[in-house]
Design a protein around this ligand. Structure first.
Ligand code: FMN
Length: 185
């Protein structure tokens, strides 16, 4: 089983990366995990031109096909995002917008779709106390899954996270959740 762990924070050394590293380490041995950081890829803003509604393709030429290929190859996606101004970071929003050629709102019958039977787990984190803001991020990822034909299989959130060091106390819970999602060895 292939698992793509997508860090939607622009930061590769922060709390989001640490959560995903913990999930990756806890994956069963038979599982192949790949951790990628959205910030490492050039993804330009959607222009709203809807050219993809006719051609199935985007007018931009950037790293989006690389990310799509990685998603397509994976059986399971784990998408983790911190709260930025009570929402997903801009990098994730731009990525979601750029999935328009592949979503079910694209009327082009020949559009490329992700392979079926893919499932996704969403992880949200924030510095503040109330969980509602994390739920909003999870709902955004859930909405993306709905239009991309991906099953939203579960979620996890953490409040009061300022940085990477705050993840240490949550590592047992992250490992437990990983075993619940993927099974143990
Ligand atoms: C630009 C920016 C905006 C943020 N906005 C919020 C916010 O609205 N609510 C909140 O609880 N935390 C907010 N945070 C804190 C981050 O969610 C928190 O520090 C998180 O751990 C960052 O993850 P990272 O270390 O992987 O980048 C913000 C951080 C940044 C850099």
């Amino acid at each position: 089983m292939k698992v793509l762990l997508l860090n939607a924070s622009p930061k590769k050394t922060g709390a989001t990366q640490e959560i995903l590293r913990t999930v990756e380490e806890a994956l069963p041995k038979a599982t192949c995990g790949e951790l990628v950081c959205l910030g490492d890829y050039q993804v330009q803003y959607c222009l709203g031109c809807k050219t993809c509604y006719q051609s199935g393709c985007c007018v931009h030429q950037d790293d989006m096909p690389v990310l799509l290929d990685k998603m397509d190859e994976a059986d399971v996606l784990v998408i983790a995002a911190p709260s930025y101004w009570a929402d997903v970071p801009g990098q994730l929003k731009v990525f979601i917008d750029r999935c328009t050629p592949f979503g079910d709102t694209n009327p082009d019958p020949h559009r490329h779709t992700l392979k079926p039977e893919k499932r996704c787990y969403a992880i949200a984190l924030r510095t503040g106390v109330r969980p509602g803001e994390c739920q909003h991020i999870i709902d955004t990822i859930d909405h993306w899954c709905g239009h991309m034909g991906v099953e939203m299989a579960g979620s996890l959130y953490f409040c009061q996270i300022e940085g990477k060091e705050d993840i240490d106390r949550h590592k047992p819970a992250i490992r437990e959740k990983t075993a619940e999602w993927f099974g143990g060895d």
